[in-house]
Design a protein around this ligand. Structure first.
Ligand code: AMP
Ligand code: MG
Length: 402
């Protein structure tokens, strides 16, 4: 059994970035950049007004209230060729270019329009007020987004600002999901006798989607050596294969045998975690990652969060991303831990002092997919930890942080 840190070291040693593709910007949301994005022009590209109001010479309004002659109107998307003279003003909209000769903007709220083509400026403003100077945000040539950044909506907007119509990103990993077990039935049927619904198929496909990768759902297979081998071979057409079930000590747990038969090398086999101990990470002779997770839903979930999600990041050029852990104040208590790192489904919220608080959810153990659904966090409880009492500081991992 290896610990989580060692597992991550091994994982990142063997999962290397996949291919790079060029995509129209629109199609690149949540992809990871394989290029940097540079500001192609100054931002903003000209001195512009931050407010709707009147462009003035600050010196003219020093003795406000004063009347100024309105000599123009600059809407966004237009500009004035005229230079502002003394005693003059132009009406200006937010985002419009400041006319030559003006050095400040008075907000429309601080003015009153006159009848005779004048405006009453009721307040003075210092030079520079409500003007965003050319290149005040960034100058042309500056890096806006580094390579290796996941393109989020704001990043996509920034790339658009920089005129990036198509962009170089890591291809979205395709992850084949294969559920195994003689007991599995489709979820639209009612189990009889020893049957159970194949919920892991949905859980794992959803997790893959939440990681912004593309799930490829395979038909479930029973605990049958030949069929399993065929399904694994089919699954290896994807970029990553993720198997659930069939890896424990049962005499019909054929997955390890099948992985060996297809030439996979085991890189991780058994981790010192609870739940999820039997988790396997293997690679094919061509270096394709295979994850074989225990069938118990909570075990499969923990295995996914600890190994598969970080691997999907690494495939997209972001090695070493293992999720954010933080300290939280325990509500309730946790019994002393044994020799494995425990992941305890829990609910976390922000307390009155802004601190994270966390409480275990009612959960029956690794087979309980329903209790698991109440959790928005996991308490990460180290091996051999003593009992943690109410108010103790514990470590948590937020699940699927938006
Ligand atoms: P296994 O890892 O194959 O020994 O399965 C362990 C437990 O997880 C058994 O109780 C299975 O019924 C359950 N299980 C296995 N596969 C699934 C699945 N696809 N969906 C829900 N539960 C499963
Ligand atoms: Mg099984």
């Amino acid at each position: 059994m290896i610990d989580v840190d060692e597992a991550h070291r091994i994982l990142f040693e063997h999962v290397t970035p996949g291919p790079v593709v060029e995509l129209p910007l629109r199609d690149a949301l949540y992809r990871t950049l394989a290029q940097e994005v540079l500001c192609d022009i100054d931002a903003p590209p000209f001195d512009r007004s931050l407010m709707d109001g009147f462009a003035v010479k600050a010196a003219d309004v020093r003795g406000a209230p004063v009347h100024l002659r309105v000599v123009g109107r600059i809407a966004a998307g237009t500009q004035s060729e005229r230079t502002l003279g003394r005693g003059e003003t132009m009406q200006i909209n937010t985002g419009a270019p400041i006319p030559r000769g003006a050095d400040a903007v008075v907000r429309v709220e601080e003015t009153e329009s006159g009848h005779d083509g004048t405006v009453l400026i009721k307040t003075s403003v210092p030079a520079g007020k409500f003007i965003t100077r050319r290149a005040e945000y960034l100058s042309a040539g500056t890096v806006v987004l580094e390579a290796g950044t996941r393109l989020r909506p704001t990043g996509l907007g920034a790339a658009a600002t920089c005129g990036v119509a198509s962009i170089s990103v890591y291809r979205q990993p395709r992850v084949a999901i294969l559920s195994t077990g003689d007991e599995l039935i489709e979820i639209d049927r009612t189990p009889t006798g020893p049957q159970i619904r194949n919920s892991n198929q949905f859980l794992l496909e959803a997790l893959v989607q939440s990681a912004h990768a593309a799930p490829v759902g395979l038909s479930p297979v029973g605990d049958d050596l030949e069929r399993l081998t065929a399904a694994v071979q089919q699954g290896l057409e994807a970029d990553v294969l993720c198997i659930s079930g069939g890896i424990s000590m049962g005499d019909r747990d054929y997955v390890p045998q099948v992985l060996q038969a297809v030439g996979a090398t085991f890189r991780i086999h058994k981790m010192a975690i609870k739940p999820g101990r039997p988790t396997i990470f293997a690679t094919t002779p061509t270096g394709k990652p295979i994850f074989a997770l225990p069938g118990n839903p909570a075990s499969a979930f923990v295995g996914f969060e600890l190994l598969v999600r970080p691997a999907l990041c690494a495939l997209e050029g972001r090695s070493g991303v293992t999720g954010t852990q933080m300290a939280a104040e325990l509500v309730g208590s946790l019994p002393a831990n044994r020799d494995r790192r425990s992941f305890v489904p829990a609910r976390a919220w922000t307390g009155a002092r802004g601190q994270w608080c966390v409480e275990r959810v009612s959960w029956g153990g690794s087979g309980d997919s329903l209790g698991l659904a109440r959790a928005n966090a996991m308490i990460v409880f180290p091996p051999h930890a003593r009992e943690a009492r109410e108010g103790a500081e514990v470590t948590i991992m937020l699940l699927d942080p938006a």
